[in-house]
Design a protein around this ligand. Structure first.
Ligand code: GCU
Length: 396
């Protein structure tokens, strides 16, 4: 009986959320984005130096203080343990490595388990995609008996890239109460402050520790490490790329609200919706902006701008209106002025490209594939094509 009642409540609750949602473009209200290139002291930012020395640090701190919470950098020790290596993986075309990355602080430790494949028949260290994986370790089967389009390792290897990934739960379980069992055990003081580390920050932190390892692996080109994430993982990928300058391209797929989508646009998921179900993803201060987006000192185009002068990619699915593909495209368009400071291409079309038509510029890319919320081999083909284009245009 209780179960039936609970189920009814869940259904009613979901219906109420559906009804409350705006999916009608004509009902999108006008909004004004915060100034990207103006400092808090109201000075115009016109040079790379002013951006890098003043405005960029200001914006980074605003995201930390108001949305995701801090990403602490200090720890006592980091150890890498090669748990398994198979040089004959995938019928001999790749090498598998399973690496335990153990980080300790104040006598507590956390282990991020990295699974990776790098191609064998290459002369140079390879660029690598690092997936912040919210779909579980089963999508990254090291034996390759089970293949999953979410992490299409064979296709990535065939394209000449490495692929790595870790299960987000190693850094922080994706659960309202259990999320504290992971990175947050290393930094318990974060739980007491209003701008303390939320789960997306913990996942971004985990990705940075994986990068600590990848930088040392001789098979990997340390200047070509890309983060990839789907949906909640996409939000973490962008946040990681915003802070960790070792990320050369931050790739997000269907990242939506508090990812690539403009929060002030009332279309699809809102801050209120996301905080209702996933308050633990963010810092406590984010609650101030429920039904109050206009007061946010930043919007998500500024998160993309923080990734400049490195690459940023925004993948979408046309049926995933909850994640507001158009709001994600507008975010890229509005981030362009920072790319312009670096003299890069800033001529993205004003209108979102048609379904299945990708747009690549030297440092920015976008696609909106047909179909539903998911990360598929089609999405990966676009990430690979964008990376090919990026490394060709920005050869070092
Ligand atoms: C929910 C959430 C989204 C998130 C998605 C996912 O739908 O509201 O913000 O992106 O889950 O991670 O799949």
């Amino acid at each position: 009986m209780t179960r039936i009642l609970t189920n009814i409540t869940v259904i009613l609750f979901s219906l109420q959320t559906l009804w409350a949602q705006n999916y009608d473009e004509s009902k999108v209200l006008p909004y004004k984005l915060p100034e990207l290139l103006q400092t808090q002291a109201r000075e115009k930012v016109t040079t790379i130096k002013e951006w890098e020395k003043i405005r960029r640090p200001e914006i980074l701190k605003l995201f930390e203080d108001n949305i995701y919470g801090q990403v602490p950098k200090d720890f006592d020790q980091i150890k890498f343990e090669l748990k398994k290596e198979d040089k004959t993986a995938m019928g001999g075309k790749a090498t598998l490595k399973e690496v335990g990355i153990t980080v300790s602080r104040n006598r507590k430790s956390v282990t991020i388990n990295l699974v990776m494949f790098v191609p064998n028949k290459v002369k140079k260290p390879v660029p690598i995609f690092l997936v912040i994986n919210n779909r579980g370790i089963r999508t990254m089967d090291a034996t390759r008996e089970r293949k999953d389009g979410f992490w299409p390792a064979e296709e990535v290897i065939d394209a000449g890239y490495g692929i790595a990934g870790f299960d987000v739960k190693d850094a922080a379980p994706d659960n309202k109460t259990a999320y504290v069992k992971g990175v947050l055990e290393l930094y318990p003081e974060q739980l007491k402050i209003n701008n303390g580390m939320g789960v997306l920050s913990a996942w971004a932190w985990g990705a940075s520790r994986a990068i600590d390892y990848l930088e040392k692996d001789k098979a990997v080109d340390a200047k070509k490490i890309m983060t990839v994430g789907h949906s909640r993982g996409g939000k973490a990928s962008l946040w990681c790329g915003a802070q960790d300058k070792r990320v050369v391209i931050a790739i997000s797929n269907d990242s939506g609200e508090s990812g690539a989508a403009i929060s002030r646009r009332n279309f699809g998921e809102t801050i209120k919706d996301i905080l209702r179900t996933f308050p633990y993803w963010f810092c406590k201060n984010y609650h101030q902006y429920i039904d109050n987006e206009d007061k946010l000192p930043v919007d998500q185009h500024m998160l993309l701008a923080l990734i400049a002068p490195r690459g940023v990619y925004v993948g979408n699915a046309a049926e995933d209106l909850w994640a507001d593909p158009k709001g994600q495209y507008l975010s890229l368009v509005c981030a362009q002025p920072v790319y312009g400071l670096y003299g890069f291409e800033t001529d993205l079309p004003a209108e979102m490209p048609a379904v299945n038509e990708r747009v690549f510029r030297s440092h920015m890319g976008f696609h909106n594939r047909e179909g539903k919320h998911n990360m598929t081999p089609y999405d990966w083909q676009q990430f690979i094509a964008f990376a090919n284009n990026y490394f060709q245009k920005n050869a070092n």
